[in-house]
Design a protein around this ligand. Structure first.
Ligand code: NAI
Length: 240
């Protein structure tokens, strides 16, 4: 279904997994998507898709100058996982890289685009948290720390700017079949993937499209009395 006025939507991590599913769903709904990723997505043949290739862990000055200065919706989706390593097996460099990807660009982008959203008294910002924003074990020391920090950032942002007309949300997925988790399916005949499915109360992994559908709802304006919520979509993982 298409809308009469296309919204401008920024999606980071648009080339794979959840970001790709969000991009495709927004395009399907008639939105304009400005996608950022360090790798090229497959061709969409979509006049409403604008791609910016950039490393979000690097200097963002040029990228921020090239992007449109106003967005209706921003999905901070790009992220990287660690190797589920505990602190003593995680170097400072690993911590820095995870932090520089999962948290710092979210802060930099939000600082850049929020003033215009506030001026327009509208806008929706969605961060991609994780069950690792709530519990340990969804990643290693670096990933879990970064996702807890991202949840904290999301909540404080939502509280500080609650009366501006800008809506702020987080999404906290459990196990989603994407490039990030591909190894779980490929190594050891997929034993890890089977274990994760077994440990998930509803007994299966999520498809990226399921996270995209939740994103579309939060971005729709229909979640009008929700604010600052970090919505779990984890097949019941955090019930235990
Ligand atoms: P993915 O690996 O399939 O996609 C991530 C995308 O982000 C890739 O296209 C990658 O190139 C891009 N990216 C990574 N680092 C970047 C950088 N420095 N600069 C520019 N682009 C960069 O992963 P997936 O699973 O779609 O993850 C998306 C988000 O969802 C991440 O924030 C992840 O932490 C979160 N998440 C994923 C879960 C899962 O089970 N797959 C569970 C919970 C959260």
């Amino acid at each position: 279904m298409t809308q009469s006025t296309p919204r401008k939507i920024l999606v980071t991590g648009c080339a794979s997994g959840i970001g790709l599913a969000q991009t495709m769903l927004f395009l399907d709904k008639g939105d304009q998507v400005y996608g950022v990723d360090k790798q090229r997505p497959r061709a969409f043949n979509q006049p409403n898709f604008f791609f910016y290739q950039a490393d979000l862990a690097g200097d963002l000055t040029d990228l921020l100058a090239q992007l449109p200065q106003t967005f209706d919706v921003i999905c901070h989706t790009a992220g990287i996982l660690d190797d589920y390593k505990p602190l003593l097996e995680t170097s400072d460099a690993d911590f820095t890289q995870i932090w520089a990807t999962n948290l710092t660009p979210v802060i930099t982008f939000t600082r850049h685009f929020l003033p215009e959203m506030i001026a327009q008294k509208s806008g929706i910002i969605i961060t991609m948290c994780s069950i690792a924003s709530f519990v340990a074990g969804g990643g290693g020391a670096a990933y879990t720390t970064s996702k807890h920090a991202l949840a904290g950032f999301t909540k404080q942002l939502a509280l500080d700017y609650a009366r501006t007309g800008v809506q702020i949300f987080g999404i906290a997925p459990g196990a989603v079949k994407t490039g990030m988790t591909r190894q779980d399916f490929e190594a050891d005949n997929g034993q890890m993937a089977d274990w994760v499915a077994g440990e998930t109360p509803i007994g299966r992994w999520a498809e990226p499209s399921e996270i995209a559908e939740l994103t579309a709802f939060l971005a729709s304006g229909k979640a009008s009395y929700m604010h600052g919520e970090i919505v779990k979509i984890d097949g019941g993982w955090t019930l235990k």
